[in-house]
Write a protein that binds this ligand. Structure first.
Ligand code: ADP
Ligand code: MG
Length: 687
């Protein structure tokens, strides 16, 4: 089909331009049409000289040639000055340089011109026009305004004109054949413009009203097709399995609750009640547990795992990193082993005989709880009676990974997703489907608040000296950097460099270590263990320590180039300290003295509420940064806004459900669905 052809099939696009298009992620003619304009310029009206605004903006006007003169500029550049008039005593001077000068040969006084250029005030009331695109109008020809023109994202040597020409050519192909991508019923019910009409109007709008209609169609279409894709994908989750009904809390749960080193907070109790009731229902649990860093989600997950065990089933918990898996494993052992529940740890560094033994125990049901990383998804990991799947994540598991894990059960297991970052409802719907939500607000008692301070780089030495004092007082410290090695991000201090520097200066003679994501899991683990045991006093690391790590004796966290992180992420990092009795500190270092950067970082000083901070992040950095679909293995959206378009999404989801249930309807939009599944969903299906 024409839309699958490479852009080089279009006239005027060779390998060079194609490479520029590739930078925009445009490879096929279809891609080109799917890249909607960034904005538009209104050239629907041809102005007179008198009507021109002198604000440097591009405008379109008509005038006649008054005089043409070759000149040399102060910088010794030749240019041609074309003076034009509208016959009422108003003048404008068009500056034409280089190759533009050739076209002035035909500009005789009285010739009618249509000029599109940037207009500024000039001397003596004349207007100065630069960057002009000029066209001669034939005798008495009406100056047809080009209308509302699209402005596209550009790359390399591409110009707006290139894009406009290419899109026009592609639209001509669409004119011949373009299958509808929405079911006729939906188009009729929602009074949407047909696809071709909408496509023409989103690129070259007939009017602003037509543009608005086209936009709303594509927002709907994008969300509808995304939902079709997700629902289709979910239909691949083994269906026809029955849920599991568990009994009310019994002896084992009581024993676990008793052996917890603390009493559950009210928020934990409430969340546990929700989960417990879900698990007692035959309908599979599908719940999102949101709770700020340190709110005590682990204890709640332990109870759920204990409940599965108590009822004779198995439960597993998947976490994004090895370090976190190790910590959860230890915590869960502490919480669950006294009640006689068996727990295993599976990560990619568990190998050979140990792994074989673990898998055997898992398959024969003697192992009740399994903690691990992505390693849990591997094909040879087989459960006997898996009833509960928990993921503890920072948006790091894709739709597919979660489904793969859930497919490891002959039943339809209960699913609990835990997260420390509030997720906008639209994204939750998109990524997780219909989830029930439990929110844990507040912190367990006895938590000291963390003093957060922000300094510019010139205070760095004093901050480091403060670190040494903390260590001399018997505490430990983290120094977090945005990158591992120099050059990854210009001007950003790298963990490796900071480590080398500190080890020779401030931390000379003090046990310290470097920790980052490129190190071997065993190496990382060994270092984390030594840090947790208090042997290593300072840890210089990247954000690998972001999730979960719990070392109560660590009281100071220094974050280098703090401006490179989002507020929510800084808050998560900060959550690594303040876990013990002593007062803890978080020092944000930045080399930027831009007021807006300092103001942004200062929000952390004033607020300790992860939900509030995530909201601020959303406002300041936009949804893309924080909650990008990409992180979930989903395609980016071109036109819909994951935060704004909640209502449209919910409607699209309902209609997508209906459409997929009806063969006749899916037949109508088959080509669009196939294209969607082929191109946009390739990554999910084949990953
Ligand atoms: P997160 O929600 O970030 O996963 P954790 O489960 O790691 O939080 O809990 C953070 C800390 O709070 C842990 O040290 C844990 O032992 C402690 N904690 C959890 N629940 C309570 C409670 N009810 N009372 C006191 N301390 C608690
Ligand atoms: Mg946690």
């Amino acid at each position: 089909m024409w839309w699958q052809e490479p852009v080089t099939k279009l006239k005027g696009i060779g390998p060079k331009k194609a490479a520029d298009f590739a930078n925009l992620n445009v490879f096929t003619i279809g891609d080109l049409l799917n890249r909607y304009p960034r904005t538009y310029v209104d050239q629907s009206k041809v102005k007179t000289i008198g009507e021109l605004r002198t604000d440097g903006e591009k405008q379109l006007f008509r005038a006649e040639v008054y005089r043409v003169a070759d000149r040399i500029s102060a910088r010794r550049m030749r240019y041609t000055l074309v003076t034009v008039t509208d016959g009422s005593g108003r003048f404008a001077e068009i500056y034409m340089f280089a190759h533009q000068r050739f076209q002035t040969r035909n500009y005789k006084p009285g010739v009618q011109l249509l000029i599109d250029g940037k207009v500024q005030p000039g001397r003596g009331g004349a207007k100065i026009v630069t960057d002009a695109y000029v066209q001669i109008l034939k005798d008495n020809e009406e100056a047809a305004a080009p209308g509302i023109l699209p402005v596209y994202a550009l790359s390399g040597a591409l110009t707006q004109q290139n894009l406009r020409t290419a899109v026009k050519a592609a639209l001509a192909m669409a004119e011949d054949y373009l299958p509808e991508s929405l079911p006729q019923d939906v188009i009729a019910a929602k009074k949407l413009p047909p696809r071709l009409e909408a496509l023409k109007n989103i690129h070259f709008p007939e009017s602003f009203a037509a543009l608005a209609k086209a936009r709303s169609r594509f927002v709907f279409e994008e969300l509808f097709l995304l939902q079709c894709g997700l629902l289709y994908y979910r239909s691949k989750v083994k269906s026809g399995r029955s849920g599991i009904k568990m009994g009310v809390d019994g002896k084992i749960l009581k024993s676990v609750l008793q052996s917890l080193p603390f009493k559950l907070t009210e928020a934990q109790q409430k969340a546990w009640q929700d989960i417990s009731l879900d698990m007692q229902d035959i309908k599979p649990m599908h719940r999102l547990l949101q709770g700020d860093v340190g709110s005590g989600k682990t204890a709640v997950s332990a109870l759920a795992l204990a409940k599965a065990a108590e009822n004779g089933y198995q439960g597993c918990i998947m976490v994004p990193t090895e370090i976190l898996a190790q910590q959860h494993y230890e915590t869960l052992q502490q919480f669950l082993q006294p009640a006689g529940i068996s727990i295993g740890l599976l990560t990619s560094s568990v190998k050979g005989a140990r792994r074989r033994e673990l898998l055997e125990q898992l398959a024969d049901g003697s192992l009740q709880v399994l903690v691990g990383t992505h390693a849990l998804i591997q094909d040879d990991v087989v459960f006997d009676k898996l009833a509960l799947v928990i993921t503890d994540e920072q948006h790091r598991f894709g739709v597919e990974q979660r489904a793969k894990l859930a497919n490891k059960s002959a039943f339809e297991p209960d699913v609990l997703v835990m997260t420390a970052t509030p997720i906008p409802r639209t994204l939750a719907l998109t990524v997780y489907g219909d989830l029930d939500v439990s929110i844990m607000k507040g912190m367990p008692p006895g938590r000291k608040s963390i003093k957060t301070l922000c300094y510019t780089g010139d205070k760095r030495r004093e901050v480091y000296a403060g670190m040494v004092r903390q260590i001399q007082a018997g505490h430990q410290a983290y120094v977090v950097c945005a990158v591992i090695e120099q050059g990854e991000m210009p001007g950003v201090r790298a963990a490796t460099d900071v480590y080398n520097e500190l080890a020779k200066t401030f931390l000379k003679g003090i046990p310290c270590a470097l920790l980052h994501g490129k190190m071997k899991p065993a190496e990382k683990e060994a270092i984390m263990e030594e840090f947790a045991a208090g042997k290593i006093k300072a840890l210089i690391s990247t954000t690998v320590i972001e999730v979960g790590v719990n070392v109560p004796n660590a009281t100071l966290m220094i974050i280098e180039n703090a401006d490179r992180f989002g507020l929510a992420q800084l808050h998560q990092l900060r959550g690594r300290v303040g876990r013990g009795e002593a007062q803890s500190f978080c020092v944000l270092l930045t080399d930027s003295d831009a007021p807006e950067t300092l103001a942004r970082l200062n929000v952390l000083h004033t607020s300790n509420d992860g939900f509030y901070l995530a909201e601020q992040d959303l406002k300041l950095r936009g949804a893309g940064q924080l909650f990008g679909l990409r992180q979930h293995g989903l395609p980016d959206l071109y036109i819909a806004d994951i935060l704004q378009d909640t209502d449209v999404l919910i409607e699209a989801r309902g209609l997508a459900k209906q459409a997929l249930a009806d063969k006749k309807i899916t037949g109508e939009i088959e080509e669009a669905l196939n294209a969607q599944f082929d191109e946009r969903f390739k990554r999910i299906f084949n990953s």
